[in-house]
Write a protein that binds this ligand. Structure first.
Ligand code: NAP
Ligand code: MG
Length: 493
């Protein structure tokens, strides 16, 4: 009698048309805590029927009712209220984010703060979307009006769950679009919590719908739905390409952020201590599960041995631990799949390079998807570990002889999301900045990201830009209006 029944995991509903609902067939799937490998919650498994319901709600909210009547000021105020609510709930959201994704609580706190800041930024921008008068050579008033694109499908990954939701939702709401957000299957919880703030903030039903499910059965029908006008996607290159193909049938607007294999480049004249820290931070933050991770570390030959040694020595001191412990600097990977994937790259790395640090599962934990921060050196840039996105704490260190070689290696991948250059010679640093084929280039730093500045990739890292004024452009159409001022319009007949 004494044996205690284990509490069943909490079931979260999803959010369609202003209501908290189950999926049409009432199926749920488990959400796993990656530090314990235990089920921490269950969420609805949305299928095509639910997708159709959510798109119908978003389309109805776009076409009629209160939303198309809102002013820019109204939309701005809604965004400010959402930001305020996120700040109020921040301790709870950060804890939930850390538990669900595995990231250290301190990093989760930054993420939640950044999500609130994103809503504030676009709250301010709602009233700064400007049209223009075009100087046409006629007695006419020619205008360009900016209008919302319509219904936006927003598909996001698991590495920054609420922050990625904010990057997508905030500009879309400011622009006057309506949305269907699909969080990653691994990390849907903070987005579902956030759903409960929407009505209180004054958002009419159907403007934002949040549905949980799998890529194949929920994401894919969303992308091909004819009433979806735009798809905003962040995730793997493989899925991004499939989305682009699927969107072609109905000529949807598409923006893609597909990660990379970003070079972090160290010249011999860089400040050595900062360089070592910058190399570690660039690749190991958020367990290396970062689209802009500096996963190729290019080091000038004259400092190469010393650099590899110092970086590896320090990597071995990085404190792995449970996400909720404040001293933790690196948590578990997000899922068993990701763990297996990263482990296989660690094994591959032993064939393609030499191990300077790590290389396996962390021996300190019996449970949880913990892997050691891993550094391979003497890696050739053509090796798979130097070309393929690993999305885990695995670095490939590559030596270079001079500036020209650094540049050649840096640009030699299909990706072009980010890059960083470390040097005290501003001429050299600026030459590199100009020649690097990447959407984001840091000098003497790597990873700081600001809502005011554009984010997105060159080459196969995708297209379109998020954040700043660029982010809102992606949710706007341009309408040309010609107002004739002649009593007699021009005509031939
Ligand atoms: P993913 O499959 O690209 O997932 C990203 C999002 O797309 C998820 O919401 C996913 O749903 C959804 N999705 C999957 N297939 C889809 C389809 N056919 N149509 C529409 N949506 C679809 O990425 P992943 O499997 O989670 O991770 C695999 C690898 O992708 C990582 O190891 C990493 O290399 C890369 N990645 C990159 C980023 C980035 O920020 N650039 C982020 C995450 C992952 P599910 O959650 O059900 O899969
Ligand atoms: Mg997936």
């Amino acid at each position: 009698m004494a044996s205690e029944a284990k509490a069943s995991p909490r079931r979260y509903p999803m959010y369609i048309n202003g209501e908290f609902v189950e999926s049409a067939d009432k199926k749920y799937f488990p959400v796993v805590d990656p530090s314990t490998e235990e089920v921490m919650a269950e969420v609805p498994e949305a299928n095509e029927t639910d997708v159709n319901r959510a798109v119908a709600a978003a389309k109805a909210a776009f076409d009629s009712g209160a939303w198309p009547q809102t002013t820019a000021q109204d939309r701005g105020r809604i965004l400010f209220r959402l930001a305020e609510r996120i700040r109020k709930e921040a301790p709870h959201l950060a804890e939930l984010e850390a538990r669900n994704s595995g990231k250290p609580i301190v990093e989760a706190e930054y993420d939640i703060n950044d999500a609130a800041t994103c809503f504030e930024y676009y709250g301010g921008m709602a009233t700064k979307i400007l049209g223009q008068v075009n100087p046409v050579p006629d007695n006419a008033l020619s205008l360009s009006l900016r209008e919302p694109i319509g219904v936006a499908a927003q598909i996001i990954p698991w590495n920054y769950p609420l922050l990625m939701a904010a990057w997508k939702l905030a500009p879309a709401i400011a622009a006057g679009c309506t949305c269907i957000l699909k969080p990653a299957e691994q990390t849907p919880l903070t987005a579902l919590e956030f759903a409960s703030y929407l009505a209180d903030a004054g958002l009419p039903a159907g403007v934002v719908n949040i549905i949980t499910g799998f890529g194949e059965t929920c994401g894919a029908p969303l992308v091909k739905h004819p009433d979806v006008d735009k798809v905003a996607f962040t995730g793997s290159a493989e899925v991004g390409k499939a989305i682009m193909r699927a969107a072609a049938d109905t000529v949807k607007r598409v923006t893609l952020e597909l990660g990379g294999k970003s070079p972090n480049i160290f010249f011999a004249d860089a400040d050595f201590e900062s360089a070592i820290d910058g190399a570690l931070f660039g690749v190991f933050i958020n367990q290396g599960e970062v689209c802009s991770a500096g996963s190729r570390i290019l080091v000038e030959k004259s400092i190469y041995p010393k650099f590899v040694e110092a970086m590896s020595a320090k990597a071995k001191t990085i404190r792995l631990g449970p996400p909720l412990e404040r001293e933790t600097k690196m948590g578990p990977l997000v899922s068993k799949d990701q763990f297996d994937r990263v482990r296989s790259y660690q094994e591959l790395g032993k064939k393609e390079g030499k191990v300077a640090a790590g290389g396996g599962r962390s021996a300190s934990f019996k449970r949880g998807y913990y892997v050691e921060p891993t550094i391979f050196y003497d890696v050739d840039n053509t090796a798979r570990i130097a070309q393929e996105e690993i999305f885990g704490p695995v670095a490939a260190v590559i030596p270079f002889a001079d500036e020209a070689e650094a540049l050649r290696i840096a640009n030699a991948t299909p990706y072009g999301l980010a890059a960083a250059v470390w040097s005290r010679d501003i001429f050299k640093a600026f030459r590199m900045v100009k020649a690097l084929r990447a959407g984001i280039v840091w000098v003497n730093h790597m990873q700081p990201t600001y809502v005011e500045a554009p984010w997105g990739g060159y080459k196969q890292s995708g297209f379109g830009r998020e954040l700043g004024p660029w982010g809102i452009e992606e949710y706007l159409e341009t309408k040309q209006v010609h107002i004739n001022l002649n009593e007699q319009p021009i005509g031939w007949y």
